[in-house]
Each structure stands twice: as structure tokens, then as C-alpha cells.
Design a protein around this ligand. Structure first.
Ligand SMILES: [Zn+2]
Length: 282
């Protein structure tokens, strides 16, 4: 599984002593934006700098902020990790210049992922099988499977390339990848999988993986209903052959995906515990 983490070291913003430090009313602001996801604005007012985040996407993301400070003090414990859910601007941190007559500066190290930190999964929810109602497929690997699911709550269904993949639960499409075309039984290909990620109402994300190149049929921001066609299956990425990998995850304090066991309606029964080697239809 690939974790999309972008790392940016911003330029050292080193400034000289503040003129008239005790009486300054001048407010200076500068803003940097990242990946169409958020902007961070530094607003300087006298001996203080206020960091403000503006969210550019309508769904949540989790941000880890670390700072290297020269002659500055932060009013929060660092690193700071938090999710942003609301639209608009939020103040996240204040820095204070310790000695106004000395050189001062700060540098951000920012990492972020789409998704909510420690989202609470609705365990009462019963998922639909992520394929058409007239189909049935064999589960080739389930939770903690030895082939590649150790420590992961994920399900693999063997299915021919080009099978319609359908949403297992309602939600909003928050990430897609369909430009990759390589696949094979090689861990080096782990980041070569195509996928669709759908954010559910409880903040968890459903991840549909190994999709066919150019096989995604939804756009970021689309609202999809359970049962809706979202993509065509394939075998891109680290894969032993054509199959669909499905998991539901939330974000950990290390910005990793933590997968969550979920229940399905399968073979006419709610809450079925899917087993390896068994064939399941709706
Ligand atoms: Zn898998």
C-alpha cells in the first residue's frame, strides 16, 4: 500500500532584529500553498508570528507540522498533528520572538495525508460486496492473510481484469489514481497500484486497489452511492494476478493508514465473516 505523504522543507525565513520592537504595529503576511490541498499563512505582528491554515479541499486532511526555530518560542508542543475538517481558515500556532534584538527565524517541515486522524468507524455498518449483483467471486485473502495482509484488515477477491468495481458504501471520492500500468509479484511495485478512495460519513476511507489503467469512472469530489460503478478492476501494483483489494482505513499519528475490520452482506446474510477460498455473491 502506498502512503501519499508530501514533504516540503520551506526556506529558512530568517529575519534581522525588529525595528522599534516594542512599538511595532506593522503586520506582514506571507502565504505558501501546497498541492491544491491547503495554504499556510505566516502573519507577523510585532514580535509574534501567527500561523494560519486555509483548507482548499472540501474533505478532511491530517497535517503534521514540525518547526525549526531560531530565537523563537512556540505556544504549542511540537510536532503538532491535527486534522482539518472545516472549510476556511484556522489559526494553528503562535510563535514569539524571544529576543527582538537578535536574528530570528523559523522553518516548517510539513507532511500531510488525506483523511481524518483516528476516525471512529461505525461498526454497525454492513458493507456491500464491491461488485455487481449478478456476480460472485472467490476471496483469495482476508484479514491478516499471510500472502500480503499481515497486520492489515483487507480483503482480496480474485476477479478478471475489467470487472466493474462498485462502491461498498456511500461517500465522497477523495483520491484517485489511474495513470499506473505496471503490476506483478514484486514488492518494488507497491506504489504502482491504481486506486479509488471514498470518504465515508464517519470519516473513514474505503480504498479500492489494483485498478485497471485508465479504469476509474469517477472524479474527485463526486458523491457516490453504495452499488454505483466507480472503476474497473485490474492487477496494477504489487499483485499476484487480477484481483480487487479492498480495505477501510483511518489515519494514525504517524500519518499511516490503519485498516479497520468491517462486516459485509454476502450470500444473503448480514455481517458475514468472509473466509479465504470461499466464493461470495450478494
Ligand atoms: Zn490485498
Amino acid at each position: 500500500m502506498r502512503f501519499v505523504i508530501f514533504i516540503f522543507g520551506l526556506i529558512w525565513q530568517v529575519f534581522g532584529p525588529i525595528p522599534n520592537a516594542d512599538h511595532s504595529t506593522e503586520i506582514a503576511a506571507r502565504e505558501e500553498c501546497y498541492d491544491d490541498t491547503f495554504c499556510i499563512e505566516s502573519i507577523q505582528d510585532g514580535d509574534k508570528v501567527n500561523l494560519v491554515i486555509s483548507k482548499l479541499i472540501p474533505w478532511d486532511f491530517t497535517l503534521l507540522i514540525n518547526l525549526r526555530l531560531e530565537n523563537m518560542v512556540a505556544d504549542r508542543k511540537l510536532p503538532l498533528i491535527r486534522s482539518f475538517t472545516a472549510r476556511g481558515k484556522e489559526s494553528v500556532l503562535n510563535l514569539r520572538i524571544a529576543e527582538p534584538n537578535r536574528k530570528w527565524g523559523y522553518r516548517f517541515d510539513l507532511k500531510w495525508v488525506v483523511g481524518l486522524l483516528d476516525a471512529q468507524h461505525d461498526d454497525q455498518y454492513v458493507y456491500s460486496l464491491p461488485f455487481g449483483r449478478n456476480k460472485s467471486f472467490m476471496v483469495s485473502q482476508t484479514y491478516n492473510g499471510l500472502a500480503s495482509h499481515e497486520g492489515k484488515n483487507a480483503i482480496d477477491w480474485d476477479m478478471p481484469r475489467g470487472t466493474g468495481v462498485r462502491a461498498a458504501r456511500d461517500g465522497i471520492v477523495v483520491e484517485i489514481e489511474e495513470s499506473r500500468f505496471q503490476g506483478g509479484l514484486d514488492p518494488a511495485l507497491i506504489s504502482e497500484a491504481n486506486y479509488v478512495r471514498i470518504r465515508h460519513s464517519d470519516g473513514t476511507i474505503g480504498n479500492y486497489v489494483h485498478l485497471m489503467p485508465n479504469g476509474v469512472r469517477v472524479y474527485k469530489g463526486d458523491r457516490v452511492r453504495r452499488g454505483e460503478l466507480i472503476a474497473y478492476s485490474g492487477d496494477t501494483g504489487y499483485s499476484s494476478g487480477p484481483h480487487l483489494h479492498f480495505e477501510v482505513f483511518t489515519i494514525t499519528g504517524e500519518l499511516q493508514h490503519r485498516t479497520i475490520p468491517v462486516r459485509f452482506r454476502a450470500n444473503g446474510r448480514n455481517g458475514a465473516q468472509l473466509e479465504e477460498g470461499q466464493v461470495y455473491g450478494h
